[in-house]
Design a binder for this molecule. Structure first.
Ligand SMILES: Cc1cc2nc3c(=O)[nH]c(=O)nc-3n(C[C@H](O)[C@H](O)[C@H](O)COP(=O)(O)OP(=O)(O)OC[C@H]3O[C@@H](n4cnc5c(N)ncnc54)[C@H](O)[C@@H]3O)c2cc1C
Length: 443
């Protein structure tokens, strides 16, 4: 899709927290004045913070998928994956849904491609670990956990049964902590529902090199999460790393081998490889922008969210953290600054303080610090649930219905088997994209 167009065109690449909100805000500010095109590989914006509840079987997968076509009035949506930018010609190069090469001219470009699982060079991890960033990974993990519980129940061998019921999570940031908290309750439930020989124990091991859980968050949240998980029997290993992963288990630093068939990799993320491939200035893989979210020397290119190194004006010398909160507000700021570049409103730098965090700990537990006030237990759960309901742009009624059913009925312990393991192994989800020439044409 290239060639002359009458209205100026703003192309937004990536429909996550940053891109989705950039598109919607720009549509409100400058609808009719510019053409807005949103390019994304899926036809939904994935609300990542509720993904652990999909694995736990509390929310149906569609609840966390915000349909772009329903929620982006006045925006042209293109299903595709960008693989390059021709800056001289002002053109985005992308693969459409059939794998065909296409291009799209732009007058303003917003890069909001987010981040991908971070792979560390540890033997066996790429082959044996699973990441946690997509619906496919969340669904696969749910099936995998239930399958391991069921295999464990079917075996007479106590050593094999213990390995099946041992689950290792690496990374105790909010992703690893929330996944552990939610998935541990699922496996505990599953074990008691289909009792086999031997005891009904499940073992969860949460590993992090840091000295506390949630190292990037307020100490009070960290302590609250530690207390809840310890009480539930989670084996928390701090100051610890993984030295090797095999099909039979995980070797921790210090030499201990934990027999397990499950390694969940939540050690963090790195910016989408598209950013690196552009050959522009990056900082730890994130595209360098100024406080107006503009790429220096390219007044027509903006970047925001996890894939951009945005100066944090509240902490001079630092860049903003990779959080949904920043991504969403940066997306809105980009929209305002682009609208200003067309004469609608005023261009402003991005400056936002953290409003606090919510960490879902499964069941009726959470930890939160809205506006700096530390909450734990059920009050934190109410705040966390309310926050997510406010923050997700649609599906609210459906989410409330799922939460109500979860409170009233027992969980459905079933595997659907719809995601093949090869598509979600870390080796597949964390690898850099193939160069354009290597892409097979499918249509
Ligand atoms: C399980 C989990 C829980 C989290 N919980 C929280 C939380 O509670 N609070 C919080 O603040 N943060 C949380 N985060 C972090 C937060 O989700 C991210 O910081 C946020 O999603 C970043 O927004 P983004 O728009 O930059 O990227 P994303 O939301 O990841 O969106 C990027 C979009 O770009 C698309 N894309 C990628 N490459 C291309 C390409 N080449 N061409 C076209 N499109 C492309 C992707 O498909 C995606 O739609 C969580 C993350 C995870 C994984």
């Amino acid at each position: 899709m290239s060639g002359p167009h009458s209205l100026e065109r703003v192309v937004i690449v990536g429909a996550g927290f940053a891109g989705f909100h950039a598109a919607r805000t720009l549509s409100r500010l400058a609808r009719g004045a510019v053409e807005i095109v949103l390019v994304n590989p899926t036809d939904y914006f994935l609300y990542l913070p509720l993904l652990p509840e999909v694995t736990a079987g509390i929310l149906e997968p569609r609840r966390v998928a915000v349909a772009l076509t329903n929620n982006c009035p006045g925006i042209r949506f293109l299903l595709g994956t960008a693989y390059g930018v021709d800056r001289a010609a002002r053109r985005v190069l992308y693969l459409d849904a059939r794998g065909d090469h296409r291009s799209l001219d732009y007058d303003r470009l917003v890069l909001a491609v987010g981040s991908v699982n971070k792979l560390l060079p540890i033997p066996g991890v790429a082959e044996h670990a699973y990441g946690f960033r997509s619906l496919a990974e969340a669904l696969y993990l749910r099936d995998h956990l239930l399958r391991e519980v069921e295999i464990g129940n079917a075996t007479e061998d106590p050593v094999e049964r213990a390995a099946c019921r041992t689950f290792v999570v690496v990374g105790a940031g909010y992703t690893g902590t929330e996944v552990t908290a939610n998935a541990q309750l699922l496996t505990k439930d599953a074990v008691t529902r289909c009792p086999g020989p031997g005891d009904q124990e499940v073992r969860w091991v949460l590993v992090d090199i840091a000295q506390r859980l949630l190292p990037e968050l307020d100490l009070r949240l960290s302590e609250a999460a530690h207390k809840v998980l310890t009480k539930r029997g989670v084996d928390i290993r701090l100051h610890t790393t993984v030295e090797e992963a095999t099909s039979g288990g995980v070797r921790l630093s210090g030499g201990e081998f934990v027999p397990s068939r499950t390694l969940i990799w939540c050690v963090g993320v790195r910016p989408d490889p598209l950013i690196e491939s552009l050959g522009m200035t990056t900082m730890r893989g994130r595209l360098v922008v100024d406080a107006y979210l503009n790429v220096p020397g390219h007044s027509e290119i903006y970047a925001c969210g996890d894939s951009a190194a945005v100066p944090d004006l509240t902490r001079p010398g630092e860049v903003t953290a990779m959080t949904a909160q920043h991504a969403q507000r940066q997306g809105k700021r980009v929209a305002h600054n682009i609208a200003a570049s067309y004469g609608h409103g005023e261009r402003k730098p991005y400056k936002q303080h953290d409003l606090g965090f919510v960490v879902d700990l499964g069941g009726t537990r959470a930890a939160a610090n809205p506006l700096g006030v530390a909450l734990t237990g059920f009050p934190a759960k109410v705040v966390a649930s309310g926050y997510h309901l406010m923050a997700i742009p649609s599906n609210r009624l459906r989410i409330c219905a799922d939460w109500t059913l979860e409170a009233l009925l027992s969980r459905q312990v079933v595997q659907l088997g719809m995601v093949p393991p090869s598509s979600v192994r870390l080796a597949a989800t964390a690898e850099a994209p193939a160069p354009p020439g290597a892409v097979r044409r499918t249509g």
